[in-house]
Design a protein around this ligand. Structure first.
Ligand code: GLV
Ligand code: MN
Ligand code: MN
Length: 423
């Protein structure tokens, strides 16, 4: 079993941090990190990742959704998949996604350099559509790998009206090749992902690493209110059909309902579009997108129902037209108990401060594992991040923790036994 000295852990951490910084320099904007799916920045990041994979001794390919795949052959056709994403939110931090891809490359490199065939192959996957920041869907790249890509997604358009199908073509790929991205059933032994926690639990418990028990379920509701444009100075208040005032009430209703669940459900509106969008015109058309999450399927469903009926009542009272569409429905996804245990063993084996049972915690963020779970058992390893801050340029994880995470992943691969996953 691999055994790492403190200086080897530091060296792994330093390499990981330098690679994180190299990807963070690839952005659509000079002053903030923005790297959206199937854009020139995605192309540049995937090229960089492909170079690292080759340098690590992996064979590189790319599928129709732009997922870069670095392969290390094993003694059998079974593969352990290790991945994360290289797309970002708008004004992102630099660790969310890229660190998981980098950890996978550094772990695969360890085994490629050792030159000994593992009883299974390793595929390192760099997905391009985890954040859903460009198209109103998400996980399309991991869904293609899992064989659950929905063809209807191809018609979804970004803010500029470019459809996913057109973006795939512009990226130099063919939508006809999407089915070929899927792994054959039985080929994938498991999918594992290393990710910063994006929350405060590990920091509060003074632990660098933890094992994820499940990934939270999520609903996106696209709510469109239709009112009537009018002069801001001449139309009396009682005669208005103000779409934005209706949307504001709906947003407060979402907040009130979620607060009443005592932490069981969270609801957010982070995106709103107002038309015509002029100071002196009564808003005629407003679209708000609710992001609603919970570890409990029933609590999420209950809140979504209450919100839908509350919004219908608001629209009726204000004489507004209304359409509500669900654009994302992702179920709460458990991590496989045996993968959790194998990750915990690998963490414990690092010894020192990690010698005890590692914390087990749920993920409040969405991850590619939610699509990959339709293909094979999944597991996730979380790394402490400063203040639990994420989706924010202040995101930070210290290099020693990054090194420990890579060492734990290497230890996991060395111990990985697909036969222990039954049941
Ligand atoms: C992705 O990070 C999400 O949880 O929205
Ligand atoms: Mn992420
Ligand atoms: Mn994210």
């Amino acid at each position: 079993m691999p055994n790492f000295s403190p200086s080897e852990i530091d060296a792994l951490g330093a390499r990981a941090e330098a690679m994180v910084n190299a990807l963070a320099a690839i952005s659509a904007e000079p002053d903030r990190l923005v790297r959206l799916f199937l854009t020139p920045e995605h192309r540049r990041a995937a090229d960089r990742v492909g170079e690292w994979m080759r340098e690590a001794g992996l064979t590189v390919s790319e599928d129709a959704l732009g997922t870069a795949r670095g392969r290390l052959e094993g003694a059998t056709p079974k593969r352990l998949l290790i991945g994360s994403h290289i797309d970002t939110v708008i004004d992102a931090g630099k660790y969310d996604g890229p660190f998981g891809v980098i950890a996978g490359i550094l772990a695969a490199e360890h085994f490629a350099r050792a030159g000994e065939r593992l009883p299974f192959g390793i595929d390192v996957l760099a997905f391009g559509d985890e954040e859903g920041s460009r198209f109103p869907a998400t996980l399309s790249s991991s869904s293609a790998c899992a064989g659950i890509f929905r063809k209807e997604s191809l018609a979804l358009a970004d803010r500029n009206g470019v459809t996913l199908a057109d973006a795939i073509t512009a990226y130099g790929k063919s939508t006809d090749d999407i089915p070929a991205a899927a792994y054959a059933r039985g080929e994938a032994a498991a999918y594992v992902e290393v990710h910063i926690e994006q929350g405060p639990v590990l920091e509060v418990r003074n632990q660098p690493l933890g094992v994820v028990t499940s990934i939270i379920g999520q609903t996106y509701l696209n709510v469109e209110f239709l009112g009537e444009a009018g002069h801001a100075g001449t139309v009396p208040m009682a005669l208005r059909r103000d779409a934005l005032a209706g949307a504001a009430e709906a947003m407060l209703l979402g907040e009130t309902l979620a607060r009443a669940t005592d932490g069981e459900v969270v609801a957010t509106v982070g995106r709103i579009a107002v038309a015509p969008g002029a100071t002196n015109v009564i808003p005629a058309n407003v679209v708000v997108i609710f992001d609603i999450r919970s570890g409990s399927e029933s609590a999420r469903a209950r809140l979504v129902d209450e919100l839908r009926s509350g919004i219908r009542a608001i629209a009726e009272r204000r004489h507004l037209g209304l359409t509500i569409t669900s654009t994302r429905e992702v179920a709460t996804t458990p991590c496989h108990p045996a993968v959790q245990d194998q990750l915990a063993d690998a963490i414990r084996a690092l010894g020192g401060e990690l010698a005890g049972a590692p914390p087990r915690l749920g993920s409040g963020a969405g991850h590619d594992g939610q699509a990959m779970a339709k293909l094979c058992p999944i597991g996730m390893l979380f790394v402490r991040c400063r203040g639990g801050i994420s989706h924010n340029p202040m995101e930070y994880a210290n290099p020693r923790d990054l090194g420990l995470a890579v060492a734990a992943l290497i230890g996991f691969v060395a111990r990985f036994d697909p036969n222990r996953l039954a049941g």
